[in-house]
Design a binder for this molecule. Structure first.
Ligand code: URA
Length: 435
């Protein structure tokens, strides 16, 4: 078999066999296929696409490139959730304790943030003492004791993806649906997920800008799930404006705590309910998402989700008092309110810009090895469709110094557009994709 022939075959849109796909991924991971040939192949995939069967084969070839994890200890109740990334997306912090309170086991591996999107591990590290570095035994014990645990990724999972993603990043081949879908699903499958709920974000602050592309990505991932025997369901959700109000690590933990007390922003609560209901169905706890919603609402009224969060924090070495005393979380030395310059209706809160401002304030990182400021970030206190009056506080900026905060303040002002004519806000949940 020669890589040269497989590039031509892909370029001509011909179907690759399982053996051919494994040859490509194994060869690239081991170094017998050079970057320039792999780059040409990615570009051929970019233009020609891959069939559903070849995309699933590619996913499994990537899974086979490294270690895999399995969790027989947890049985069928274990459900994983994955978001393609957004601004202010603290859903895992809310969802994990909420569904655990309803009897689903959540053993979640999360990542750090990069660029304008945040990562769950960074948010959790704002809790004093909290450790996301548990070994396998500690992780299993934590889930068995409390029903949930969130940790960083262990082991050498999907080395093919690490190498391939870096190559795609510099060869303009990241935004190819079969390549994205196989990249995401290979990591979920290698980490041992058997039942998966996906949150595919679309809009200004998301990876996918167009609904049609986000829907196709969701369909492709659900299809990979079906072909590889992993129950998968996806919601396509709006990311034109930040989720909730808070963007930044400690600020987002505080908002997640409020939401678990039933006092969170409406959009974050709604998204958590919708994804949580899907997780309950996947775990066999309820028959339908509607029943799932009802069960989640019941456990919320009993105050169980916040107790689950407390248990998780305690078991992972964190200070559980942050639940009742949010002032124990890191607090930025300088804060400044952003006021509406004139009265009108909010017509846009540009999520990507807000994410980038949070990063500049220190809440996010440009490169994975950069340090972050856990206290920095912003609160955007308005949503598209809201009426605002001149002088009303529409956002609050938190940062390390007056100069940094002043610079962010100006940018926030121009990211929130207020107009005389109101606009209809987009629905939060745009599509549901399942087999
Ligand atoms: N996220 C991933 O994990 N992989 C991609 O290819 C794109 C986004």
């Amino acid at each position: 078999m020669r890589m040269y022939d497989l590039i031509i075959k892909t370029r001509e849109g011909l179907e690759l066999s399982r053996e051919e796909i494994h040859f490509i991924i194994q060869g690239y991971t081991k170094g017998s296929i050079p970057d320039y040939q792999m780059a040409a192949w990615c570009m051929a995939v970019y233009f020609q696409g891959l069939s559903a069967k070849a995309t699933a084969e590619l996913t499994m070839a990537m899974v086979d490139s490294g270690e895999t994890l399995d969790w027989p200890e947890f049985g069928a109740e274990l459900v994983d959730k994955h978001s393609t990334g957004g601004v202010g997306d603290k859903t895992t912090l809310v969802l994990a304790p909420w569904v655990a309170a309803a009897g689903v086991k959540v053993a979640k591996m999360s990542g750090r943030g990069l660029g304008h999107t945040g990562g769950t591990l960074d948010k959790l590290s704002a809790i004093p003492g909290f450790s996301s570095e548990l070994n396998r035994e500690e992780f299993i014990q934590a889930v068995q004791r409390t029903g949930l645990s969130v940790v960083g990724q262990t082991g050498n999972l999907v080395p093919a993806d690490k190498k391939l993603y870096a190559l795609r990043d510099v060869t303009a081949t990241v935004d190819s649906i079969p390549l994205i879908a196989s990249s995401i699903m290979s990591k979920k499958i290698a980490a041992g997920a058997r039942r998966i709920v996906l949150d595919v974000k679309v809009g200004d602050g998301a990876f996918m800008q167009e609904l049609s592309a986000a829907r196709l990505l969701a369909e492709t991932m659900v299809d990979i799930g079906a072909q590889t025997n992993r129950h998968t369901v996806a919601l396509v959700t709006n990311m034109d404006q930040p989720l909730g109000y808070a963007v930044g690590n400690a600020l987002e933990v505080q908002e997640a705590i409020a939401t678990l007390r039933g006092k969170g922003p409406a959009d974050l609560t709604e998204l958590s309910l919708a994804l949580g209901a899907e997780m309950l169905v996947q775990a066999g706890k309820t028959q339908t998402p509607d029943e799932g919603r009802r069960l989640l609402q019941e456990v919320m009224l009993e105050g169980l989700p916040i107790r689950k969060l407390r248990d998780m924090i305690e078991v992972q070495g964190g200070n559980p008092d942050v639940i009742t005393n949010p002032e124990l979380l890191p607090v930025a030395p300088v804060s400044k309110d952003v006021k509406a310059r004139h009265s009108g209706h909010v017509v846009a809160v540009q999520a990507r810009k807000i994410g980038l401002i949070a990063m500049e304030l220190g809440a996010g990182r440009q490169r994975l090895k950069d340090a972050i400021d856990l206290s920095a970030g912003l609160e955007v206190l308005v949503k598209v469709g809201d009426r605002v009056e001149q002088g009303q506080t529409i956002a609050r900026v938190h940062g390390p110094s007056q100069a940094v905060v002043d610079s962010a303040h100006r940018k926030v002002q121009s990211s929130i557009r207020v107009d005389a004519t109101p606009v209809e806000p987009m629905p939060l949940i745009l599509a549901r994709v399942s087999k």
